[in-house]
Design a protein around this ligand. Sequence first.
Ligand code: OXD
Ligand code: MN
Length: 595
Amino acid sequence: MKSPSRNTRLNQWIQECATLCLPDSVYWCDGSADEYNRLMQQMVASGAAIPIKQRPNSFLFRSDPSDVARVEDRTYISTASQIEAGPTNNWIDPAELKKTMTGFYKGCMRGRTMYVIPFSMGPVGSPLAKIGIEITDSPYVVCNMHVMTRVGTRVLDVLGPDGEFIPCLHSIGAPLEKGQKDVLWPCAPIEQKYISHFPEENLIWSYGSGYGGNALLGKKCLALRIASAAARREGWMAEHMLILRLTNPEGRSFHIAAAFPSACGKTNLAMINPTIPGWKAECIGDDISWMKIGPDGRLYAINPESGFFGVAPGTSYDSNPAAMDTLKQNVIFTNCALADSGDIWWEGFDGPPPGHAIDWKGKDWTPASKVDAAHPNARFTAPARQCPVISPDWEKLDGVPIDIFIFGGRRASVVPLVHEAYNWDHGVFMGSTAASETTAANIGAVGNLRRDPFAMKPFCGYNMGDYFQHWFDMGDKLAARAPRIFYVNWFRKSPEGKWLWPGYSENSRVLKWMCERVSGKAEGRQTPIGILPKDGELDLKGLSIPAQDLAELMKVDAAAWKAELPDIDQHFKQFGGRLPARLGAQLKALKERLG
Ligand code: OXD
Ligand code: MN
């Protein structure tokens, strides 16, 4: 197929990749509904996609059991010197990594089509948007990219003959020899999977996986790892944050950006349905926020994505009605179960489980089965515009002004429901020490406590010590206009293992307190770890939480916090000379406050 682009660098790169990967044909995506439908029909015909009768234009895919989540162990930040990637990233010398991967890419698209996907992260024409071009041999990836990004010819128009783009080369790593029958989810074995980033040349190479963030390269690879490095160079921020707008009964709006590790409820919070009377919430994004200081000195955020790639298990009308309504049509489901009714199903779905289903591995499943019907990292890919609570401003080219940052994670103990930072430096300290129990979003053990600074451990494209410094630099620039910083823990448990806080929509009570702090209506109480709600300040009307549970949720246990200090010290030590002195000062101050 002839190139529709006049961009010399782009055409040359496509030519080089075609020569290396040797696809049977090259196809330039135009982003049309027709294209999407055609590819889906091909995948239905091959058996890779299963139409979901109850949900128009929706399809179920089952991945290979070895290809079910992001592979952090095989994800690389390949900078000229290892120190630039820092201690939290895997590193291989760029020349060596390119040599290894070039070996894999040679002829890797034999028997397949090479799709060229021009996409924009951010609304086309936004001053914050960036253009990427993904090459892939997976039609599943093309369809997902249609939903998650803005794909098409208008992107090539903006790119013009000499515009800048981020090249993203992806292959599932499963060439087809003549006459070889394809499998339903082709991919390479784990030891051949590489998710590689070259931030110094704005380049992404991904090989061997077709799943989520490993393969939809606009998301984690571009919008977080490459963008975070670019943002530092260019003076803006790329963060693993949802964005929401909360409006109080008087009509004042607050914009909140919140960072939580993967599978800790970002999508639920982004689509919250407040239980407090008169408060209204709108969703702007559920995973990534790009932010830049505006002409008025405030920080403005856009959601660079156009869809939700959400964790399915646990999503229900109870936990997230807006997400469920988003999933009525035009959805790609991956690794969910298929009930005999013809509808999808997963653990935590509304109502009783189906009597019989086909599980994510394609096997018979009944409630008596000992295994999950849906993989714990099963996902839905759905257009953001279908979300009933999407903000009318979600595609505003200049973004929305952020008032509040929230950090958090899953912690069964120690960390109270909410506390506010004393100031920006203290907030950066909170973000840099954020910790959470691990989830199924990454391949690896689930439930271990790990420090996940700013929920960016898997996504920071450069030395995290420098990333902390970038937060300080941004705070210095924002000065009095900087957002206020809070830390939450919705996941607190009693010593007997009972949830202490109802979570979900009730989290709006905590958000309300934050807004009242910002507008000077809540006084708070000072504690060694930060500012907590004063007795009676958290609106609990209509909620029956035993006093004892509330006390536990709001408790600052100095001894437990002191016990955390050596671990924070250890965590900081890994950054050596790259750790900003301001973080050391914060740790010292916390030690002193704890007595
Ligand atoms: C995601 C993740 O897919 O963080 O958003 O893993
Ligand atoms: Mn995420």
